[in-house]
Design a binder for this molecule. Structure first.
Ligand SMILES: [Zn+2]
Ligand SMILES: [Zn+2]
Length: 345
């Protein structure tokens, strides 16, 4: 069930940096990072029937086996077999790596390892896409952009004309804003501690900006005053526990829905008064925007092809593989949303 893919372009995502820094985790070393990418199938292994050499694919850090209870459920995308596993550095079939140097293994990362000219990936972690789609644009649908976009379109589901608050205006938050724009929200309120992000956020349909540092009262109260009692939907993309609580408490009673996307710290606990739930505020969370990688990503690519979804504005930098360390510098300095890395450069 394995496929060898020639990686054409890849992009750098915060998760690569997080695991590269290996803070608070047992590092698997050495391994090849990279999980946002697009490529072309070079050859297929035994048991692979859905892909053939020449097909264009997006590798995904989580998978869809199409056979487990999660894959058979219309509500879940958390495949039992291929769900993200950050500790496993080997293939499922034989527990071995497909990379080596001088006879010693180099381990895989989240089943993708796309910072490599070729990678071997389980067929369940590859979405077959329209071959006409430009790979240097749609590669960013492999991870961050789909996560934010799906959080809004599939989970928050803002009705046309509604007001949506987005907490955190990084790549995922701006993708959530893009989802709100596509859904026809009339007001999109960006909440971020960094005022420099607002100019860029306007391109993604954000109409108003709130910096919690500018106010003496909790940001949920500021938002309630701006919106006659609360926003219709909120999407939290920071991972800060306080932002998560604010994102929930700022939605309107009776119909408001808050969606958590950001990954919290290990010891965090969510605290709110239960009366908020009795007052008909809803709290939800999502993994990879509730998209099933193989079933749904080809349709997200088609949204881009129909020009409903804009991807160009996410891509702020581009380098060749030999300059990949520059992509890390841009991200660490907070200069880039997405830096594309061309494998032939
Ligand atoms: Zn499954
Ligand atoms: Zn990612």
């Amino acid at each position: 069930m394995e496929v060898r893919v020639k990686i054409i372009v890849t992009a750098l995502c915060h998760t690569d940096v997080y695991f590269w820094e290996a803070k608070g985790q047992t590092p698997v070393f050495p391994r090849i990072f990279g999980h946002e990418a697009a490529g072309i199938v070079e050859s297929v292994g035994e048991g692979v029937t859905e892909l053939k050499p020449g097909d264009h694919v997006l590798p995904v850090f989580t998978g869809e086996c199409k056979e487990c209870r999660h894959c058979k459920s219309e509500e879940s995308n958390m495949c039992d077999l291929l769900r993200i596993n950050t500790d496993r550095g080997v293939m499922l079939h034989d527990g071995k790596s497909r990379f080596s140097i001088n006879g010693k293994p180099i381990y895989h990362f989240v089943g993708t390892s796309t910072f490599s000219e070729y990678s071997v990936i389980h067929v369940g972690c590859l979405a077959k896409i329209n071959p006409a789609a430009p790979m240097d644009k749609v590669c960013i649908l492999s991870c961050g952009v789909s996560t934010g976009l799906g959080a809004t379109l599939n989970v928050a589901k803002p009705p046309r004309g509604s007001t949506v608050a987005i907490f955190g205006l990084g790549a995922v938050g701006l993708s959530a804003a893009e989802g709100a724009r596509i859904a026809g929200a009339s007001r999109i309120i960006g909440v971020d501690l960094n005022p420099k992000r607002f100019d860029e956020a306007k391109k993604f349909g954000v109409t108003e900006f709130v910096n919690p540092k500018d106010h003496h009262k909790p940001v949920q109260e500021v938002l309630a005053e701006m919106t006659d009692g609360g926003v219709d939907r909120s999407v939290e993309c920071t991972g800060s526990i306080n932002a998560m609580i604010s994102a929930f408490e700022c939605v309107h009673d009776g119909w408001g829905v808050a969606v958590l996307v950001g990954v919290p710290n290990k010891d965090d606990a969510f605290k709110t008064h239960p009366m908020n739930f009795l007052n008909e505020k809803t709290l939800k969370g999502t993994f990879f925007g509730n998209y099933k990688p193989r079933t749904d990503l080809p349709n997200v690519v088609e949204m881009y092809m129909r020009k409903e979804l804009e991807l160009e504005k996410f891509i702020t930098h581009e380098v060749g593989l030999s300059d990949i360390n520059k992509a890390f510098d841009y991200m660490l300095k907070g200069e880039s949303l997405r830096c594309i890395i061309r494998m032939d450069g």
